[in-house]
Design a protein around this ligand. Structure first.
Ligand code: GLP
Length: 233
């Protein structure tokens, strides 16, 4: 894991955006997996800005949504609404180039199979942009005795249920739907962005270098092409 510390968010985002843009230039059709939350928000903003003068670059880009809440009343807090607003619309990603769990699915099990199938058809992820959960989760791969390799329905921890994206939901979502750990570590390249408050414990677990299913992000130590950008806050 190539860990890089930054004192300044703008600088971190600039370096992260350059990394992505270089990869997209090298392979304009690449499959990018996108997390939501606050960690990658400015990174997507940076790409959106770049696309204003460089829109052709993103024409063939394919995007897969990392995870989604299940059973939200207010879809404004969904990962879908976030990605549409921050990434898909600004970059002009077509429907054909977007793979995503349906936030309103009535059959989440079937939805897992559908997305797993889509991943198989599209080949493995070229670059996976991740944020570190406060409890060490990646997507909705929550800490536990065992981790799921593929797309699955996840029972959310209390910590995840209180994530700011669903702050407006009176009845907190109990479940999420997510790519699994194998889907993530099968990515050719991974960019993990570590920023935000209350991440100290997760950082300590991750940077101990030990692999522990109670800190799903620690499985990234098994991958040989991970950039981990950490904002010193
Ligand atoms: C949520 C999202 C994930 C995100 C994580 C970290 O669980 N579903 O996709 O990576 O939280 O969020 P943040 O970056 O806001 O700390």
């Amino acid at each position: 894991m190539n860990i890089k510390y930054f004192e300044n968010k703008e600088e971190m985002i600039g370096v992260a955006a350059n990394l992505l843009i270089t990869e997209i230039k090298r392979n304009p059709k690449l499959l990018l997996c996108a997390a939501t939350g606050s960690s990658p928000l400015e990174l997507y903003g940076n790409l959106a800005k770049n696309s204003m003068t460089n829109n052709n670059l993103y024409r063939q880009l394919r995007i897969v949504k990392l995870d989604e809440w299940l059973g939200l009343k207010d879809l404004r807090g969904s990962c879908e609404a976030y990605l549409q607003q921050e990434l898909l619309k600004p970059l002009g990603i077509s429907k054909e180039n977007y793979i995503a769990f349906d936030a309103q699915t009535q059959d989440p099990k079937e939805e897992c199979l559908r997305i797993q199938d889509q991943l198989k058809i599209n080949g493995s992820i070229d670059i996976c942009v991740l944020g570190l959960g406060k409890n060490g989760h990646l997507g909705f791969n929550e800490p536990g005795l065992v981790l799921e390799p593929n797309c699955h329905i996840a029972q959310l921890t209390t910590q995840s249920q209180h994530h700011h994206m669903v702050a407006e939901e009176e009845q907190k979502p109990k479940f999420g739907i997510t790519l699994g750990m194998k889907d993530i570590v099968d990515s050719k390249r991974i960019l993990l962005i570590v920023s935000g408050k209350e991440k100290e414990l997760a950082k300590r677990e991750l940077f101990s270098g030990k692999i522990n299913t109670q800190c799903p992000a620690s499985l990234l130590w098994l991958h040989n092409n991970v950039d981990c950008f950490v904002l010193n806050e």
